[in-house]
Design a protein around this ligand. Structure first.
Ligand code: MIC
Ligand code: SF4
Length: 640
C-alpha cells in the first residue's frame, strides 16, 4: 500500500508505536523553534531538565512577539533567551529579524524533516514539505533534550485542489473555504494533506498561508508535497541543497477527502469572532472600516507585500482608515526597501511596523472603540486585538489593500487595474541577525531579569480530590480566554503569579479570586475547550491556582496535552447532558482517584446535587503516568 506525504515523514521518524490512526506514536524531532512569549517558559523548563546542549539537528529561538518595550520586562526576557540559547546550542534570531514562522520557512525549513515549535502556527513549515507541529513549551523543551514527541497517529485528510485560482482570489481564500466547511473543531486528530492539480500553481509562501491557518481547524498539522515549486523556492533562498522530493504515492490511501474547486472560489472573509465564521466578501461588502492590518505569520511574505504595494501605488488610503503593515521578515522588508515598494506603501499612507507579530497578538495598534478592523491574520477571537468591542474580519491581502482605498469592506475584484507580481528568482540573503550558539557553552553566563519567576510544578496525584466548580464556561473557549494576552500582560509570560490574576477573566472576572479563596478546584468547560494558541500558560496558571481537573465536553489537542503535561486531568463527560446539571460553587469529590486514573474512567461526585457523573480520561498509559506523577517534568526527571 502506498503512503501519503505525512505518512512517509512519520514513518522515517517513527520511534515507537504503529501508524494506525488513533494509536499513540512517538516521533523523533529534527528541528525545534520557540518564540519569546512561550520561549522564556520553555527554556526555564529546558534548564530544569539539566541538559547541557540541545540534541536536535537545529533549534532556533526567535524574538517576535513581545517587541514593545514599555518597561524592562520584555528586554530582560530577550536577554535571558539570547544567553540561554548561546549556552545550550540554540540559534538566536534577534528582534527585527522577523516572525518565527516566516523566517523559519525562508532560512531553516527542510522538506521531509520534523519540526516542533512552541507556537500553534508551527504548521506553517508544512508549506515546504515538513511535518511541522505546534506544542506546549515543555514538549518542545523535552524535544530539544533529544526526547521523542508523542501524538496519537492522526487521520490523514486529502484536500484535493482542482483547477486554479481566478485573479483576486488567493491562498487565504482557500484556507478560509476549508474553515467554512469544516469549522474550528473539524481538524482535531487530523493532518490535512494538500494534493491535486491546484497544488502546482501555489508558491511555497502561498502554501504556507494555508498550512499556517490550518491551525485554526484544530488540526495536528497540514502539509504540502515537496516538488519542483519547493525546489525553486529553496534555490531562490540559496538553499537548493536542502531540497528533497517528497510526493504521495499514486496508490496512497487517505482516511477522508475534501475537494475544492479553485475555479469557483471567491474572495472570502471570516467575520467576528471566529475564524470559521466565513462568508463571501461580496455578501458583506460595504461595511465601513476603521482599521486595516496587513501582516502576521499568515500573510506577510514578499509576494503578499508586493501585491499590496502594487494596489496602493500612486493612491492614498481613505481618510478614516488607519493602515498598518508589518512585513514578515527582515528579508522581506529589505527587498521592499530596495525595489521601491516600501516607498509606495509609505506614500499611500501606510504605517510601517516592525517585522513582528505586532497587532496580531494585541502588541500595540489596538483599534478604536467599536472599530471594524480588517486583518490578514489568522485569529479574530473577541478582544484579541486589545479592544474588546472591536469587530475583526480576516481577509486576504488583496481584499485588505483594496478596502484601504475605498474605506469599506470591498470585493477586490471591483478594483480597476491589474496586479502582476511574481516570485523572485533570488531572495536577498543576509543572516546577520541570527546569532549562532557558542562553541564553549560552559563559558556563557545566563542573564535573568527580576521578572523571571520560577514556574509552578505539579505534585503527584492525591487519592482524594475535592473542591468547588469555580466557573462554568461555554463551547470553543480559547486559550485567549483562559490566559489573555495583550501588550500589558505579555511582558509577564515568565511571571505566573502575576498572570494568575487574569486567568479566565474574559469569561468570569471573579475566577482568580474564587480560585485563591477556595484553594483551587475545578473548571467546567463546553466543547473544544482550549482551542487556539499553544501557550502553556493556559495550563500553568490554572495549576498555580490549584485547579485539579477540567470537566468538559471535549478538548482542543495542544491544550489537552498541556494540561496533562502539568498534571491537570482533562475529563470528558460520557453523557454531555451532565454538563447542564452542574452549577458554579457545586462541591465536587473524586475519591480513589489513583485507581480511577489507572482505569481511565473517573466518577465525579457532585455532593451539592447528590449526583454522580461518569467521566472519560481519554489518555495513553504514558499520559496516565504523567498525571499520577505530577506532570512531564517529574516524569522525565524521575526516569533520569
Ligand atoms: C498566538 O497566535 O496566539 C500566539 C501568541 O502566537 C500563540 C503563542 C502564545 O500564546 O504565545 C500561539 O499561537 O501558539
Ligand atoms: Fe505571531 Fe500572530 Fe502568528 Fe501568533 S498568529 S505567531 S501572534 S503573527
Amino acid at each position: 500500500m502506498g503512503l501519503t506525504v505525512a505518512q512517509k515523514i512519520i514513518k522515517n521518524h517513527l520511534v515507537k508505536g504503529k501508524m494506525i490512526s488513533g494509536r499513540e506514536i512517538a516521533i523523533k524531532i529534527d528541528q525545534t523553534l520557540t518564540q519569546d512569549s512561550t520561549g522564556t517558559m520553555a527554556y526555564l523548563q529546558f534548564e530544569a531538565l539539566g541538559i547541557d546542549k540541545v540534541k536536535t539537528k537545529k533549534s532556533v529561538a526567535y524574538i517576535d512577539h513581545n517587541i514593545l518595550q514599555t518597561g524592562p520586562e520584555n528586554a530582560d526576557d530577550h536577554l535571558y533567551i539570547q544567553t540561554v540559547a548561546k549556552k545550550h546550542g540554540i540559534y538566536f534570531s534577534k528582534p527585527g529579524n522577523g516572525i518565527c514562522h516566516q523566517v523559519h520557512l525562508e532560512r531553516f525549513g527542510m522538506p521531509g524533516e520534523t519540526l516542533l515549535g512552541s507556537d500553534s502556527h508551527t504548521p506553517t513549515g508544512g508549506g515546504i514539505g515538513m511535518l511541522a507541529i505546534g506544542a506546549g513549551g515543555l514538549d518542545v523543551a523535552v524535544a530539544m533534550g533529544g526526547g521523542e514527541y508523542y501524538i496519537n497517529m492522526p487521520k490523514i485528510v486529502k484536500v484535493n485542489l482542482k483547477g486554479s485560482l481566478n485573479p483576486w482570489v488567493s491562498a487565504k481564500d482557500i484556507i478560509l473555504e476549508v474553515l467554512r466547511r469544516l469549522t474550528v473543531k473539524g481538524g482535531v486528530g487530523k493532518i490535512f494533506e494538500y494534493c491535486g492539480e491546484g497544488v502546482k500553481s501555489l508558491t511555497v509562501p502561498e502554501r504556507a498561508t494555508i498550512t499556517n491557518m490550518g491551525a485554526e481547524l484544530g488540526a495536528t498539522t497540514s502539509v504540502f508535497p515537496s516538488d519542483e515549486v519547493t525546489y525553486e523556492f529553496l534555490k531562490a533562498q540559496g538553499r537548493e541543497e536542502d531540497y528533497k522530493e517528497i510526493k504521495a504515492d499514486k496508490d496512497a490511501v487517505y482516511d477522508e477527502e475534501v475537494e475544492i474547486d479553485l475555479n469557483t472560489l471567491e474572495p472570502l472573509a471570516a467575520c467576528p469572532h471566529s475564524p470559521d465564521n466565513v462568508v463571501k466578501v461580496s455578501e458583506v461588502k460595504g461595511i465601513k472600516v476603521n482599521q486595516i492590518a496587513i501582516g502576521s505569520c499568515t500573510n506577510s511574505s514578499y509576494v503578499d507585500m508586493m501585491k499590496v504595494a502594487s494596489i496602493l501605488h500612486g493612491k492614498t488610503i481613505k481618510e478614516n482608515v488607519s493602515l498598518v503593515i508589518s512585513p514578515g521578515s527582515k528579508q522581506v522588508l529589505t527587498m521592499l526597501a530596495k525595489n521601491g515598494a516600501l516607498a509606495k506603501l509609505v506614500a499611500a499612507g501606510a504605517r510601517i511596523l516592525e517585522c513582528a507579530c505586532g497587532p496580531c497578538i494585541g502588541m500595540g495598534q489596538s483599534p478604536c472603540t467599536d472599530a471594524v478592523s480588517l486583518r490578514t491574520f489568522n485569529r479574530n477571537f473577541e478582544g484579541r486585538s486589545g479592544t474588546v468591542s472591536a469587530k475583526v474580519y480576516l481577509v486576504s491581502p488583496e481584499t485588505a489593500a483594496v478596502s484601504a482605498l475605498t474605506g469599506y469592506l470591498t470585493d477586490p475584484r471591483e478594483f480597476e487595474g491589474k496586479i502582476e507580481v511574481s516570485m523572485p528568482k533570488e531572495f536577498l540573503i543576509n543572516d546577520n541577525l541570527i546569532v549562532p550558539p557558542a562553541d564553549k557553552g560552559e563559558e556563557i553566563k545566563i542573564v535573568r531579569g527580576p521578572n523571571i519567576k520560577p514556574f509552578p510544578k505539579a505534585e503527584a496525584l492525591k487519592d482524594n480530590i475535592e473542591g468547588k466548580i469555580l466557573t462554568k464556561v461555554g463551547d470553543n473557549i480559547t486559550t485567549d480566554h483562559i490566559m489573555p494576552s495583550n501588550a500589558k500582560l505579555l511582558p509577564y509570560r515568565s511571571n505566573i503569579p502575576h498572570l494568575s490574576n487574569y486567568c479566565l477573566t474574559p469569561c468570569d472576572k471573579e475566577f482568580p479570586k474564587k480560585a485563591k479563596e477556595f484553594n483551587g478546584g475545578f473548571i467546567l468547560g463546553g466543547a473544544n475547550y482550549g482551542q487556539g494558541s499553544s501557550r502553556e500558560h493556559a495550563a500553568l496558571v490554572p495549576l498555580y491556582l490549584g485547579v485539579k481537573a477540567v470537566l468538559a465536553k471535549s478538548f482542543a489537542r495542544i491544550h489537552k496535552a498541556n494540561l496533562i503535561n502539568n498534571g491537570i486531568m482533562p475529563l470528558v463527560f460520557e453523557n454531555e447532558k451532565d454538563y447542564d446539571d452542574i452549577d458554579v460553587m457545586d462541591d465536587i469529590i473524586v475519591d480513589n482517584s489513583i485507581n480511577q486514573v489507572k482505569e481511565g474512567k473517573v466518577i465525579v461526585k457532585n455532593i451539592t446535587k447528590n449526583k454522580e457523573y461518569k467521566m472519560i480520561l481519554d489518555v495513553t498509559e504514558r499520559q496516565k503516568n504523567m498525571i499520577l506523577s505530577g506532570g512531564l517534568i517529574n516524569l522525565v526527571c524521575k526516569s533520569k
